[in-house]
Each structure stands twice: as structure tokens, then as C-alpha cells.
Design a protein around this ligand. Structure first.
Ligand code: FMN
Length: 173
């Protein structure tokens, strides 16, 4: 529970590179996510070049922190694996959400900070990232996680709210 409670979005970073070993641990955490039918329909794009991070910062009105981030990981769906028979089969959205959260929690365990950037289903963000990084059409970026050494430790807060919990039937607390 400690990484869960400690995790908060971090959007300011120190100008310090993240060790390759830490990136590998973070990716390993992503690969351990649960997935519908155990399809594991994910692929990862790891970006560490300054000019590429600056380009990602310009692809969304909410990704400016990438100019400070040491790295970004685009969590992508492989549609051939995630929706093999029917494009309406979108269980992969849940699979990739689980991957993204696993990654955010491992980032905390590595002493780093990160933030989930919504990418899919915004068409312009998906198109911009796919074009710059030459993603084939069946590989679609779902989320981007900007990460690095945090400029300051984020404040954790207890968000438990018993009013939103119902026992047995709705309305019963
Ligand atoms: C699907 C999704 C998309 C998000 N997109 C962005 C984003 O584009 N830019 C950003 O700065 N934060 C983004 N966030 C982070 C949220 O703003 C953040 O999680 C929320 O404000 C709660 O704060 P916390 O992460 O510190 O608990 C996103 C979070 C989720 C789950």
C-alpha cells in the first residue's frame, strides 16, 4: 500500500537522467499487469532524447512537463493482439490502464516521480506521436508517462471517503 499512498502526479523534475536499470524495472512492472484473456496486448516506446521529449511536450496542451522530464514511456496497444477479431472488442483499454498504473507505482518504488498523460482516444495526439516515432498502424499509443527525479517530494493525502462505499445495497453505509 505504501507506493499507492505515496504516488501523486509529479510534473516538475530535476535535470538528471534516469538510470537504464530503473527504466527496465519500471517496464518489468508494466509487463506484470493483468489482461483480459491474458492477451497482454501491449508494447512500449521509451523516449529519452531531449528533442523527442520536447516534441511530445508540444503534442498535447497537457504534456508541457515533458520539457523537464528525463524520459517518457508511451504505453501502446498492439491491435492485432488486443482486438484480433473485432475492432469493438476494447477490453484492451482496461489492460493498458492497469499497465499504466503498475508503471506509475514502480516509478515511486524507484524513488522517481511521474505523471499519466492521456493520449488515446485523442486523435490528434495519437496521430502526432505515431508519425514522429514511426508506429505501424496496428500500434496505437494509449498513454504517455512522463518521468524523472522529482523536483520536490509530492504530498500524499488520504482520499478514503466512506460516503462513496455501499455495503450490501446502494445507500447503505
Ligand atoms: C486517463 C488520465 C489522463 C490524464 N492526463 C493527464 C494529462 O494529460 N496531463 C497531466 O498533467 N495529468 C494528467 N493526468 C493526471 C491527473 O491529472 C491526476 O492523476 C489527477 O489530477 C489526480 O492527481 P494525482 O495523480 O496526484 O493523484 C491524467 C490522469 C489520467 C488517469
Amino acid at each position: 500500500m505504501s507506493a499507492i499512498l505515496e504516488r501523486r502526479s509529479v510534473r516538475n523534475f530535476l535535470p538528471k537522467a534516469v538510470e537504464t536499470e530503473k527504466i527496465e524495472h519500471i517496464l518489468r512492472a508494466g509487463f506484470e499487469a493483468p489482461s483480459a484473456h491474458n492477451r497482454r496486448p501491449w508494447e512500449f516506446l521509451v523516449v529519452t532524447k531531449r528533442e523527442d521529449l520536447d516534441a511530445i511536450a508540444g503534442m498535447s496542451p497537457y504534456s508541457k512537463m515533458c520539457t523537464e522530464a528525463a524520459a517518457a514511456i508511451a504505453v501502446c496497444v498492439d491491435l492485432n493482439a488486443g482486438a484480433p477479431k473485432n475492432p469493438d472488442d476494447i477490453w484492451w483499454v482496461q489492460d493498458l490502464s492497469a499497465v499504466t498504473e503498475n508503471i506509475l507505482l514502480q516509478i515511486v518504488d524507484e524513488g522517481l516521480g511521474g505523471v499519466w498523460l492521456g493520449w488515446y482516444p485523442d486523435k490528434s495526439r495519437v496521430a502526432a506521436l505515431s508519425a514522429r516515432f514511426k508506429l505501424p498502424s496496428h500500434i496505437v499509443p494509449f498513454s504517455v508517462i512522463a518521468l524523472g527525479y522529482p523536483a520536490k517530494k509530492p504530498q500524499s493525502a488520504n482520499r478514503f471517503d466512506s460516503k462513496k462505499v455501499h455495503y450490501g445495497v446502494y445507500g447503505q453505509q
